[in-house]
Design a protein around this ligand. Structure first.
Ligand code: GAL
Length: 411
């Protein structure tokens, strides 16, 4: 094509707000198979609206590395359009005045009526919507390979902690890895969410890990929780150290391991591997936490961007909150919709159970924020808890020392 024709075509595209005129840059840590598949749904939605997607993936489960990259970008006065973010981290950035105002869109689309209060506590700052919640994950789940359990003589989901340990023992004795695990602090902390709930219940979890009550953090109940973490340590394989979470999920998917204790993003890996709940795998709450939900919501925090980028940013926020998107995305991601007005029709049995559990826990007051995933305490305290939990899991301190260290971590 002649140079002048190309220029005219480009001008035309720009003038009509074509693909080149609008783009969004999104920082996230969704780099596993299931996560990338889910994110693909959002990318396609934006491209259909003529908004190009500039991907900024930063690998590292739980998002620690992503938050480090973000700080560098903001320091360089060049923030992404939107960033995947968890709970208290959103509030920290809002306090720094780094986030944009979504109130006009929220009012137009009625977000206040459809997003649960537990999420709004993080999506808004000083009454202003600053993030768009795409889902609700929960961490107190166990994923099990049905065939491995059958071969080990385990015929149903263990109903309580002792039955769970007995089942782990049977699977190990049958020659399989009993507990598939990735030795990273955030993964040990994810297990810890469920173990504290199973050992002390919701009130104890809230007092210790949300309110940082020193008596609870240093209590016998907390010591018992650490003793249970030490029990689990005996059921992981010798190569667990620093394994990525999705590779641990793959061990269960491929029948090398019996169980994984992980948030329901693990379900996204089973779905991505074309496995079916009930037939290939079981999903059940960490034994002893039935009726309780420790949740974390993935929200896209919208950063202050220049006027030129705002229209695309609003299109992104609106696409994230679109009910049919929230169904399509969450079916693939393993989470449940952030909005309460999305039917569970498209979800499989585990997804339907997740939505039912969340609604019930919300009503019964047994819904707590996941400490491991930034919904119980700010990052500084969360990371201090991480250090104690992972040092204990790796035998660097015993349970008595761990509870003392938890009290210090809270200070
Ligand atoms: C969580 C996040 C999930 C998934 C998981 C593993 O914090 O909410 O969407 O990314 O980390 O990386």
């Amino acid at each position: 094509m002649k140079r002048h024709v190309i220029a005219a075509a480009a001008a035309g595209l720009l003038a009509t707000g074509g693909a080149w005129a609008q783009s969004v840059e999104v920082l996230h840590w969704w780099t596993s198979g299931g996560e990338a598949a889910a994110l693909g749904v959002l990318k396609k939605d934006l491209e259909k609206q003529g908004v190009a997607w500039k991907d900024m993936p930063v690998a590292g489960g739980g998002g620690e590395a992503a938050m480090t990259s973000l700080r560098a970008r903001v320091t360089a006065k060049n923030p992404p359009t939107a960033v995947q973010m968890l709970g208290f981290d959103i509030q920290d950035w809002a306090k720094q005045g780094a986030l944009g105002d979504l109130n006009a869109l929220a009012a137009k689309e009625g977000w206040d009526k459809t997003v649960p209060a537990a999420l709004q506590a993080f999506s808004k700052h000083n009454g202003k919507w600053i993030a768009a919640p795409v889902n609700v994950h929960s961490t107190n789940w166990v994923w099990a390979n049905r065939e491995v359990l059958a071969k080990a003589g385990v015929n149903a989901a263990p109903a309580n902690w002792d039955a769970f340990v007995d089942a782990l023992d049977k699977v190990q004795k049958a020659g399989f890895v009993a507990l598939a695990h990735g030795g990273q602090a955030w993964q040990e902390a994810t297990i810890f969410d469920g173990v504290v709930l199973a050992t002390g219940g919701v009130d104890f979890y809230r007092k210790a890990l949300v309110n940082k009550d020193k008596a609870s953090l240093g209590s016998d109940t907390m010591k018992r929780a650490f003793d249970r973490m030490a029990q689990l340590r005996k059921y992981v394989d010798k190569d667990f150290s620093n394994r990525d979470w999705n590779l641990a999920s793959a061990m269960v998917i491929q029948g090398k391991a019996g169980f994984q204790i992980m948030g329901d993003w693990a379900k996204g890996e089973f779905i991505n591997a074309k496995k079916a709940p009930g037939k290939d795998f079981l999903c059940f709450r960490v034994p002893g936490t039935q009726g309780m939900v420790s949740f974390n919501s993935d929200q896209f925090a919208m950063f202050n961007v220049g006027a030129a980028a705002q229209d695309a940013q609003i299109k992104l926020a609106s696409a994230i909150m679109n009910p049919s998107f929230q169904s399509a995305f969450n079916v693939v991601k393993g989470s449940v919709p952030a909005r309460t007005d999305v039917p569970d029709r498209a979800f499989d049995d585990c997804g339907k159970k997740g939505m039912k559990d969340l609604a019930e826990a919300n009503t019964k007051g047994t819904l707590v924020g996941s400490m491991a995933h930034g919904h119980a305490v700010p990052a500084s305290v969360k990371n201090a808890f991480y250090d104690v939990i992972t040092q204990h899991f790796n035998g660097k301190m015993d349970s008595a020392a761990a509870v003392k260290a938890m009290v210090q971590a809270a200070e």
